[in-house]
Write a protein that binds this ligand. Structure first.
Ligand SMILES: Cc1cc2nc3c(=O)[nH]c(=O)nc-3n(C[C@H](O)[C@H](O)[C@H](O)COP(=O)(O)OP(=O)(O)OC[C@H]3O[C@@H](n4cnc5c(N)ncnc54)[C@H](O)[C@@H]3O)c2cc1C
Length: 405
């Protein structure tokens, strides 16, 4: 790692060299931006994709190179200065200068694309065998642990916890999933689908110890030995994976003058301040449809929001208003969700049959469709997306695609 005190000057500085940062650069170049672009990313790897980490990388089906978002030659064609292994330390808003471990960088426009970092639990000092999963290095370290055939406890019943449990189980491991909710992904997908997921995991041999929080992680002789639950039960473990969500990576922005509130707070055009935009997992933008500040953590959002940010840097006034979309793969099941599932939404199976392992669920609130979910029915779910757009046009700008105002 080199350090310098000379101030670099650049047209656009992107902080975070992952999917939302890279997509912003690509969109800028596509729109004809020819000035200098600098990208600072604290990971040592070329930009890679995270969804395969909990699936194909953890299972060993893919080699790490397959996760690369673009081939090195395509990155070279973008003609950007890529400072990998370097961290942004602070932002001076009036001069638009970012202090980095590679020295200060002053830019006409700054894009904050620093994503999120996993929440953790306290681990007794010196105890090994407790992991999180966010980066490629995390995934490779976890995969190495799988090789010893450990008893795994996955703490967290959200999407990541459910995917890790599925992959660990398919790798032949003894897996227990634990978390405060009564079924996997109940918070994201509601009771109907969460119940199906509970059955799916149980059928595949995952022990569900749900509806109870974790009190502490236990260790013996420098190695994790179990998880103590709030009801005093202990789950024995040789390996613990903590998947209890992630917090936006805004530590380096504290004191910058930007508004930070569970993310970088932005307007409807993803602008955090004059000449500063945020994109992807780190951004909490004003969603005009719901008139609330929204932050999404999914792959498609990162790419779609990047296109809007690039346009706005170049002078457009585009409002970002997506129909959220995410997918998850667990065992033989592929789930796609278009739209938003409010906690009080009513879920109805509108096609297929859960007993047959293929079905479509429509979510409604106050008789207005808010989301569609396909369980091994990707095409049908995509087709139903139109219903969300129709609902939006009928009831005002509740759910629309990204568009210019
Ligand atoms: C294991 C896993 C599986 C997933 N699976 C799915 C899925 O199946 N479907 C789906 O829709 N979504 C999935 N996601 C979510 C999706 O990958 C994220 O929404 C997406 O990666 C967000 O992209 P981003 O560029 O905003 O942030 P990130 O991908 O987190 O990238 C941010 C980058 O900025 C770097 N950084 C942070 N702070 C600094 C700093 N101060 N200086 C320099 N660099 C910094 C980080 O190290 C990182 O490289 C998954 C995520 C994970 C972790």
């Amino acid at each position: 790692m080199t350090t310098s005190t000379r101030t670099r000057r650049t047209g656009v500085l992107v902080v975070g060299a992952s999917v939302s940062g890279l997509n912003t650069v690509e969109a800028l170049r596509r729109r004809g931006f020819r000035d200098r672009i600098t990208v600072v990313g604290d990971e040592p790897h070329l930009p890679y994709d995270r969804p395969p980490l909990s699936k194909q990388i953890l299972s060993g089906a893919w080699r790490p190179e397959r996760t690369l978002l673009r081939a090195p030659r395509m990155l070279a064609d973008l003609d950007m200065e890529l400072l990998l292994g370097h961290r942004a330390l602070a932002l001076d808003l009036p001069t638009r200068t970012v202090q980095t471990t590679a020295g200060p960088i002053t830019a006409d426009a700054i894009v904050i694309a620093t994503g999120a970092t996993p929440r953790t639990l306290p681990v007794p000092e010196g105890v090994r065998g407790v992991h999180v999963l966010r980066t490629l290095d995390d995934a490779l370290a976890l995969r190495d642990e799988f090789a010893a055939g450990p008893r795994v406890v996955v703490v967290g019943e959200g999407v990541l916890g459910a995917e890790i449990s599925a992959t660990a189980r398919q790798s032949g491991l003894d897996v227990t999933m634990t978390g405060p909710l009564h079924a996997p992904m109940a918070a994201q997908l509601g009771d109907l689908v969460a119940g199906q997921l509970a059955d799916l995991h149980t059928r595949h041999g995952v022990a569900l110890r749900l509806g109870v929080g974790v009190q502490s992680i236990l260790g013996e002789h420098g190695r994790v030995s179990g998880v103590r639950l709030a009801d005093s039960r202990t789950l024995p473990a040789d390996l613990v994976v903590v998947a209890i969500g992630a917090v936006p990576a805004t530590d380096w922005l504290v004191g910058s003058g930007l508004t930070l509130d569970r993310g970088v707070v932005c307007d409807a055009r993803c602008r955090a301040a004059e000449g500063v935009h945020a994109v992807g997992d780190v951004a909490r933008w004003h969603d005009r449809g719901t008139n609330t500040a929204v932050r999404l953590e999914n792959r498609t959002h990162a790419a779609e929001q990047a296109a809007v940010v690039a346009a706005n840097i170049l002078g457009a006034e585009d409002v970002y208003q997506p129909i959220p979309y995410f997918w998850t793969d667990q065992y033989e099941v592929k789930i796609q969700v278009h739209g938003t599932v409010p906690p009080d939404a009513r879920a109805t199976v509108v096609e297929g049959d859960p007993a047959q392992g293929r079905f479509l669920v429509r979510y409604e609130r106050d008789a207005v469709p808010t989301a569609v979910l396909g369980w091994n029915m990707p095409k049908q779910a995509r087709m139903q997306r139109q219903i969300l757009l129709d609902a939006q046009s009928a009831s005002g700008p509740a759910l629309t695609s990204a568009h210019s105002s």
